[in-house]
Ligand binder design. Structure first.
Ligand SMILES: NC(=O)c1ccc[n+]([C@@H]2O[C@H](COP(=O)([O-])OP(=O)(O)OC[C@H]3O[C@@H](n4cnc5c(N)ncnc54)[C@H](O)[C@@H]3O)[C@@H](O)[C@H]2O)c1
Length: 321
């Protein structure tokens, strides 16, 4: 079985590729080393993969359909589409580039799939599509009671909708998986846990946006990867699929509790500066994962304490080497 992974040099993509290779898949990885964060980090994410005989890498920008067509000449059984401009706040400053990569780039991959006769896509969507969760309760996939409140969020929701059109017209099967604040080794440097650990480790204060009562459904990377693999198997083993699934942890953690856990585990007393809430940030993300459990047997396993401890160990090890 051959799988194309877009965004393979990123945080989630590199973990997914490793798991696919361990399972015996042949993997084609594409990435453009977007400047969102350093190429060096992404090259290091790829270092293990590049040594593997069943991994083939193409430096490729999904905004360039011509390049996609000229470099990707083999049909694949499945596309796991993770390449995107991520990040809520930067999307407010530069919405156009988010539309270019996340919507137009996704459309290019779909066009390529139609041309090549590829029939299965697992798409990385986001909890941000729920907008502001009015009651603060767990939301299932069709409870879109809020509207997207950042350009990043609307590009993800738009792509979910575009995927339906390609399912209807070209019979491509999809899982749109909504990820909820994924963390763990190699987490993006712009995300809270990574930023906090780095600042605390260098004896600097951390900034907390709002009063600490906002909450996120932090999901550990191995749980997200389990969901991606189970969803991929489901896609490969079934026909005529169009599903949208929450891959969260279903245990939201308040920001102030996250900060407390990190300080406690690093054995340092708290040094926190409170700042205004930032535009585009939602109050809470909270996944109802009933459907993912039923359909693909998704069951997150890693607690916040264990996940944070793994992250800190990884961070310190990276710094020492
Ligand atoms: N990490 C999270 O908490 C989270 C939550 C919800 C959704 N997601 C989604 O999951 C996916 C992976 O996220 P991540 O945290 O691993 O991000 P990441 O930035 O680490 O990985 C994305 C990869 O896509 C690549 N990329 C960007 N633009 C590209 C382009 N034009 N052409 C080719 N490659 C391009 C980047 O270079 C990067 O390596 C993204 O689609 C993101 O929106 C992530």
């Amino acid at each position: 079985m051959k799988v194309l992974v877009s965004g393979c040099a990123g945080f989630i993509g590199s973990h997914v590729c490793e798991r696919l290779l361990e399972m015996g898949f042949s993997v084609i990885g594409i990435d453009n080393f977007s400047k969102f964060y350093s190429r060096e980090i992404k090259e290091s994410n790829l270092s293990y993969l590049k040594k593997h005989a069943n991994f083939h890498f193409f430096e490729l920008d999904i905004r360039d359909l011509k390049d996609i067509k000229s470099k990707l000449t083999e049909k694949v059984d499945l596309v796991i589409h993770l390449a995107a401009k991520a990040g809520v706040r930067p999307s407010i400053i530069d919405p156009e580039s988010y539309i270019d990569v996340n919507i137009k780039g996704s459309q290019h991959l779909l066009q390529w799939m139609v041309d090549m006769g590829c029939k299965k896509m697992f798409f990385a969507s986001s909890s941000s599509v729920y907008g502001n969760n009015k009651n603060g309760t767990a939301l299932s996939e069709n409870q879109l009671d809020g509207e997207p409140i950042s350009p990043y969020a609307f590009t993800k929701r738009s792509t979910e909708l575009m995927n339906y059109t390609y399912h209807h017209l070209y019979h491509i099967d999809f899982i749109n998986a909504r990820f909820f604040t994924v963390y763990g080794p190699r987490q993006r440097p712009d995300l809270a846990i990574h930023k906090f650990v780095k600042l605390i480790d260098s004896n600097q204060a951390i900034e907390m946006y709002g009063d600490g009562s906002t909450a996120r459904d932090y999901t550990y990377i191995s749980d997200t990867v389990d969901g991606i693999i189970s969803g991929s198997k489901y896609l490969l083993e079934n026909e005529n699929i169009f599903e949208t699934l929450n891959l969260g942890n279903s245990k939201p953690i308040k920001l102030r509790n996250l900060i407390g856990t990190i300080y406690k585990q690093m054995g340092v007393s708290q040094n926190v500066v409170q700042k205004e809430m930032q535009e585009g940030d939602v109050n809470i993300t909270f996944a109802d994962i009933t459907n993912a459990k039923k359909l693909i047997g998704y069951q997150p396993k890693v607690s916040l304490e264990e996940g944070i401890s793994n992250f800190i160990r990884w961070y310190k090890n990276l710094k020492d080497n």
